[in-house]
Design a protein around this ligand. Sequence first.
Ligand SMILES: [Zn+2]
Length: 371
Amino acid sequence: MKRQRLYIVIFLALIIIVAGCTMVFQKNGMPSEEPAGADTGNTPGDDVAEDGNDNNGDNPADSEKDIDLADIKPNEAGKIMILMYHVIGEKEGEWSRTWENFKKDLGVLYEKGYRLISLNDYLDNNIKVEAGYTPVVITFDDATQGQFNILEEDGKLTVDPTSAVGILEEFYDKHPDFGLEATFYIYYPVPFRKKELIEYKLNYIVEKGMDIGNHTYGHANLGTLDAEGIQQQLGRMVLETQKIIPGYNISSLALPYGANAKEQFRSYVYSGSYQGVSYENKGVLLVGSNPALSPIDRKFDPHKIPRIRATEDPNINTDMYDWMDYFDKNPQERYVSDGDETVISVPKSMEDRIDAERLGDKRLRVYELDQ
Ligand SMILES: [Zn+2]
């Protein structure tokens, strides 16, 4: 009897070892620096860890990337944070963030399983993030000097490591899987506040794969302008940018003061022309304080994209830290990628949120979770 028991114990131990190995192999696709975000306890996939294996037998052997739906719990109809920074510098305030805190923000986002995407990829529903991770967008308004400062020593130019661009690049060097994406909503005549370096900086941003967005030519309140004034403000900004970077396509606008044009002139916010240069703003960003809808959501409106204030202010309960807490507590509302940009995966409960017309050539995969 005793020997029989021993055999059973050995047999069970072998099963556990084999199962463990299989799990290790599954995780091999994840970046090596980081234990998979879906496993950290901070991402939505984790709250089904106990019963996570219930669905294993149900996975169809699809041609696309095979993922463990019950473990990763992808939800590509979930919400996405579009963060809004203004001043990066020495002081913390309603519209400013210290550079140390900006650095901290990147670290917290990374640890909580967020990964950078560009605003254009968000607008185009072309979200490429590894399975189990959540896309996040970073935007900067006003082209303040602390966003992108250049140091000059003996005629040599280097990016100030305490300016946002320097911090983003340093973080990306250490964590390449975080990505290097941001949109700078600039206005003229002197974006980033140093006249002699405008060309250098704008070209630098674009060469690094980051984006420039429209914040009007002179930080105008569009609500006070007519059709001509709006086109002058938006078109001239594009014209000036294209003088520096010929052919550069500006595809989104952050409304100064969050103020949109009067209803009868609204169409000129989306498209128009000025001195032979035409512009089109596929996306229009508000100052508002909520996470944005998935671009596949029926209610997604690219002309009214809310953003979240990137601060940590105890007097505001809608800053980025409040929303990260919210998503920790309500993981079912958070966008979680399936890691395959050709497939849109959503739990059954979110199926009716999908706008089929926006699917394009992507395939919809709806799955059920045992609760
Ligand atoms: Zn502004």
